[in-house]
Design a protein around this ligand. Sequence first.
Ligand SMILES: NC(=O)c1ccc[n+]([C@@H]2O[C@H](COP(=O)([O-])OP(=O)(O)OC[C@H]3O[C@@H](n4cnc5c(N)ncnc54)[C@H](OP(=O)(O)O)[C@@H]3O)[C@@H](O)[C@H]2O)c1
Length: 334
Amino acid sequence: MKNESDLENMLSEPSDATRRVLSQTPGDFMVLGAAGKMGPTLCRLVKNAAPDRKVFAVSRFSDPAVKDRLEQSGITVISADLAERQSYTDLPQIPNIYYLVGMKFGSTGNESFTWAMNAYVPALVCEHFRSSRIVALSTGNVHPFTPVTFGGATEEATPDPKGEYAQSCLGRERIFEYFSRKHSIPVVNMRLGYANEPRYGIIVDLTQKILKDEPIDLAMGNVNLIWQGDANDIIAQAISIAEVPARVLNLTGPETVSIRFLATAIGKFLNREVAFTGSEQPTALLFNAARCFEYFGYPRCPLMKMVHRVVDWVASGKTIHNKPTKFQVRDGKF
Ligand SMILES: NC(=O)c1ccc[n+]([C@@H]2O[C@H](COP(=O)([O-])OP(=O)(O)OC[C@H]3O[C@@H](n4cnc5c(N)ncnc54)[C@H](OP(=O)(O)O)[C@@H]3O)[C@@H](O)[C@H]2O)c1
């Protein structure tokens, strides 16, 4: 991976299964909230899997460069603020919707806006796209913390979102579920946990800290991680299992990854000593994606390959998003 163009090509590469599933899925595709960290590569992956279909990318496009790059990839771009009811008048009816709109960082101190983005926008979307199938991105943060020996919360665990960001995300799921029941909209609420790529994710955060000789906080001592290319691929395929009433599906990697182990491995790769602060707690925000793997198979990128790709990129000084994940947070304040 020499540059961002190589990287984005890699993150946009569909599996054979996704090519097959999307070619058998009738109609065009639309990604809502397409301009963020995942949207551009998800749009391109869907286009690569179903080149004969239209793929629409809808966002406000706060960064106009993202819009240009999507258009160059054959994606049909629509600028719209999905929090405004009048924006929907011009949005075409598309059978397959991927919903990525979300608000996390800066939510503390901006609670009403957070709730509007995470729990009100879904209502507008469901009213407009009541004849579509929807994969709605949620987050593992709706889960309770579980003992690190438990193998992570399953989809059956009673949600226990900590703080208003996570609570509003449970609100997002409930609104999709409500409209799924009301209008018979097939929906999957996908609880994603930490997509990693060389510009964003926990591995980037740890690598940066180790390069700056800063200690690694062990308070959230265990995590789940997935390569963003695999997350995109599974999200794309999940349109095929949307159902009424809305179903919930965890999406993350198969391992419970110790932060101490991960930071030590990164340190070895960088030839640096790693300092730690605090100690591992008996519980962590962990969840279990076994059901997801039953549907879609294991992720293609194993943990250590992900680590090498990310560390190599960050250590060579290439561009990163500069958006720390704040994975250490235990009080739900982001
Ligand atoms: N990345 C992860 O590791 C991760 C982990 C767990 C869950 N998730 C969930 O997965 C989803 C996608 O993740 P992401 O990392 O790509 O999120 P992201 O970077 O926050 O992207 C979401 C995009 O939605 C667009 N948006 C926000 N408000 C909008 C509005 N009113 N109208 C139209 N577009 C709007 C924004 O682009 P504009 O400013 O251009 O409109 C934003 O960049 C999020 O909902 C997130 O909660 C992600």
